[in-house]
Ligand binder design. Structure first.
Ligand code: CMC
Length: 431
């Protein structure tokens, strides 16, 4: 971190502290409060980290007011249009776009590691057949630390690399197997002659009795969905991965922690919740009722797929997905999909509504992704696993960046304690 030339003064009682201010390449300045407790004997209070930068990073930047998302400086719009998922993976992990040779080598490595240890099949079979695929993924990814002992030493850069490649390449296999397991169908092994997205579609939709011809438009749409979800700076699951990793936990355990966090309905689980909401609304005439419920303080209902901690403008990922939805539904001949009609009308109604305008609530990535995934044939329970497999590279890039940071410390927030002060134990007969 560069030496600061700017300082913020903080006066506490008769003491004034000079706190360094750092200027990032993009975004607001950051006040360094690391010495605050030592010098001022106070903590800061920021539940939900609304004003706290927990790390410095060079991977992803979001300008929430302008609705801009950059990976290593490239806009998400340009990346989804001109690049593809594995190239974006390389970019996130290495900081620069690969040369043709580097890309070929990277794709080769990922493609050659897609199979799972055969014994892991038994692990899947331990789950109830109606288990949610996210439950299976959390368990199976955590269990990888029991199967791949040769890539657990986080102090060895080579082992870190091997663990990273293993997770990026095996995650689609794990997600597809979780899907197959829930359907009671046999697992489909990966196929090395297919690209990343086509391979995933085939592992999900082929059966031993019927081969699955991957449509290039669907494969491209799948690849775009992967790309759009690849990283999103310090969101809840990424921060979870960093926090778990800060203790020196093994990479598989850290990513399993990220998957568990992503599952929540206000994070990655929102895509499933959004589609269920569109289904519940059902017809365009019921939209006013649901908008009224979302605005009602006494009703816990929220418009799923709307609002974001950082974006106070259109989520640029939602813009790409809306176009994608039209393309995919047209290909499949279901342009008049009722959920898409409800989604479009709901979006228009919310964008016109003063409540949503004032609070700057716009559609987020989860608003349209479910419609596309459902049209492709995925059940709602697979939406969040697809988010998880796409985000694995982001979690890994952030985890690696953290381990390479010489300032790494175990994450350990403080608290504003509001409980009892020390008191004497009272024997049960005297209470
Ligand atoms: N519907 C109705 N009201 C909302 C919504 C919504 N979807 N989102 C926020 N608000 C209101 C909220 O009630 C609050 O009102 P008030 O100021 O009167 O108390 C105000 O807007 C600010 O909301 P917040 O919950 O304090 O904001 P946050 O930054 O903590 O939460 C959020 C962000 C994404 C959790 C929230 O907008 C939400 O719950 N959205 C629905 C779930 C969703 O779509 N999540 C996916 C996020 S994008 C994918 C990902 O990265 O995981």
């Amino acid at each position: 971190m560069s030496d600061s030339k700017k300082f913020a003064s903080l006066t506490i009682g008769d003491k004034t502290l000079e706190l360094p201010i750092y200027s990032p390449t993009e975004g607001p300045d950051v006040i360094d409060i690391r010495k605050l407790y030592a010098q001022g004997d106070v903590f800061t209070y920021d539940p939900g980290f609304t004003s706290t930068a927990a790390c410095d990073s060079t991977i992803t930047y979001i300008d929430g007011a302008a609705g801009i998302l950059l990976h290593r400086g490239y806009t998400i719009g340009e990346l989804t249009e001109k690049s593809h998922y594995l190239e974006v993976c390389y970019l996130l992990l290495n900081g620069e776009l690969p040369s043709a040779e580097e890309l070929e080598h990277f794709e080769y490595r990922i493609t050659r590691h897609t199979m799972l240890h055969e014994q892991m099949m038994n692990f899947f079979r331990g789950f109830r057949r109606d288990a949610h695929p996210m439950a299976i993924m959390t368990g199976v990814v955590g269990a990888m630390s029991a199967f791949y002992h040769d890539s657990l030493d986080i102090t060895d850069p080579q082992q870190r690399e091997v663990a990273s490649v293993r997770m990026i390449s095996k995650m689609p296999t794990i997600a597809a197997m979780a899907f197959k397991y829930s359907k009671g169908q046999p697992f489909v092994y990966p196929s090395n002659d297919l690209d990343f997205a086509s391979n995933f579609l085939r592992m999900c939709f082929a059966t031993p009795v019927e081969e699955y011809e991957v449509d290039p438009i669907l494969s491209r749409a799948m690849d775009r969905i992967f790309t759009l979800h690849a990283d999103h700076e310090q969101n809840a699951s990424t921060s979870t991965v960093r926090l778990a990793g800060s203790s020196g936990a093994n990479p598989f355990a850290c990513i399993a922690a990220g998957i568990a966090c992503l599952w929540g309905p206000t994070h990655g689980g929102a895509n499933q919740a959004c589609l269920e909401m569109l289904e519940e609304i059902g017809t365009v005439d019921r939209i006013p009722e649901y908008i009224a419920r979302a605005k009602d303080k006494n009703d816990s209902f929220r418009l799923m797929g709307f609002g974001h901690r950082v974006y106070k403008n259109f989520d640029p990922r939602a813009v790409v997905l809306k176009e994608n939805a039209d393309e995919v539904l047209e290909l499949l001949g279901i342009e008049n999909n009722p959920k898409l009609q409800v989604a479009k009308a709901l979006e228009a109604a919310a964008l016109e509504d003063p409540y949503f305008k004032e609070k700057k609530l716009f559609p987020n990535v989860d608003f349209y992704s479910g419609i596309i995934l459902e049209a492709m044939g995925f059940p709602t329970s697979m939406f969040t696993p697809i988010f998880a497999l796409s985000r694995t590279v982001g979690w890994i890039a952030q985890w690696k960046e953290m381990l390479d940071d010489p300032q790494l410390k175990i994450g350990r927030p403080r608290q504003l304690y509001q409980g009892e002060s020390q008191r004497d134990y009272v024997d049960v007969e005297d209470r």
